[in-house]
Design a protein around this ligand. Sequence first.
Ligand code: AGP
Length: 619
Amino acid sequence: MCGIVGYVGKQSASPVLLEGLKRLEYRGYDSAGLALWEKGGFEVYKKTGRVEVVGQLVTKAKPASNMGISHTRWATHGGVTDANAHPHVSFDGKLALVHNGVIENFATLKRELSSKGIEFKSETDTEVLVNLIAYLYKSAIDEGSERDSATLLTAMRAALAQVEGTYGIGLICTDLPDQLFGARKGSPLVIGIGRKENFLASDIAAFAGRTQDVVYMHDNEVVHLRADDFTVTTIQDAAVAPVISHIDWEVENSELGSFKHYMLKEIFEQPTALENAMRGRFSQDGSTAQFGGLNLDARELRQVDRILFLGCGTAWHACLVAEYLIEKYARIPVEVEYASEFRYRNAPMFRNTLVFVVSQSGETIDTLEAQREAKRKGFRVLGITNVVSSTIARENDGGIYQHSGPEIGVASTKAFISQIHIAGMLALYLGRMRDMSFSEGGEIVKALKTVPGMVAQILTMADQIEAIARKYKDYEDFLFLGRQLMFPIALEGALKLKEISYIHAEGYPAAEMKHGPIALISPKCPTLAFAHKGEIFKKSLSNIQEIKARKGPVIAITNAGKEFPDGLADDVIHIPECHDIAMATLSVIPVQLLSYYIAVLRGCDVDKPRNLAKSVTVE
Ligand code: AGP
């Protein structure tokens, strides 16, 4: 993970870098740091904790430098300490480096450098890389090379050629005023081209509003930036003609407003996220959905006889919802795999398989690599992503943008709901190409359109759900049970609760409870159970009875109204009855709110839970 930002220009660098880092904190927030070029050396500010902690140090010092690099860390190699925070300065004080990625052969390289007398101050793989480049640079100078950018670039290339693993790096050198260097392999890196200033970052968000012209770097490329120019080459030193993309920044509201946390704000933005996911996506005759960006015509789509969905975490849960809905309404067999497993599994795949990857950020490394593997095998890969121009979106063959707006809270809420709503629309679209009738299509379109209003109605129950949260906040274990379409929602509920409140929670298909998890049931382990109307309603009620018989507290979520037996559950959350296509969308709202309030009541940092990052860009 980790986010890097570099700046070279005429402005004071530190405010630019700090603002950029704040916007990249979703990539990790274990520590933050800046290195600013100063005549004869660097000024380095780094500290464990959030960007604002290092920001206070910098603001006090008021550095005037016009060039620097910075970093927000999600720890991989080495604990969360000041010494392990980036930037790392080389043994001779000549180079400072920030890094996003993992140097897999760092131990071997470190041994070799140590044998040459180089001492290390941190436990990081990054310090190995900066020392390796510095060692090669110093050796070249000792042999008579100039202290110039050509010598440094040669040293960088030689060092990177020895590195196994992934990196997006930013590098500055005391010998080279006003020059900034970068390289990428496996971790994102983008150049921002300004007027007499240039930027380097892990994500364009870092320089949003400062320039609209960007160059997305590719793997094995190196960049050399000056304030008024930049050059891209490959690691093998071949020239690269950079492709400049013009970004239209969507002016989106990233302010908290009256909300206490981004997560709560984003939960309340869900009706709008759903409207945005549907806008312009229904046919004129009101019988089906339409998607502009799939880059597949109806004939090609009819030939698809299997779909594979790939994703991680919450996005994987959205894939499971998609499986259920597409198999039910379009009758196409769907498989779902963790992207992280798929990429190494070499699974046999049917010829006419269409692959969908689902990712809010569009940067999750496992999902990106799974996409690359499916493409290498010759499969058509489409994406459901939220972040426009993210790496996944740029590299796939087409897809569907969610238009959920920025999701800042680490726990995904509005992005999930929009993914599963899109899954419903996709089921409709594919179903209409097969056996679904015009009138059934029309009914589903109507049902999908009513969902934002129903979500808004459930959100009015926030106070009731907060009161339930008060009763359950001190438990340390939770079970979430749901059958069929509610199984992925049970998994999502368990994930939401554990990631933000640190309560141990497990999701299970309700009937599976008897095959093991029932052993956990006791007055100390509450269960959240979904019991919706339909063919398995009675079975779901029986499962609740089995829990009550073992004195397990139960919170039920139901759309059965008065049909839900009085007194069966300890607490009941009633949601509106709706078409099956929208049941998952409505059912997830109460579990999001319940998890949120429990976490707040336990005093947890809801938007930045411990050990997590919004975008998981390392394996
Ligand atoms: C969600 O609450 C999690 N923080 C996490 O599981 C997330 O959904 C997962 O890392 C995938 O992220 P992506 O959608 O950006 O690929």
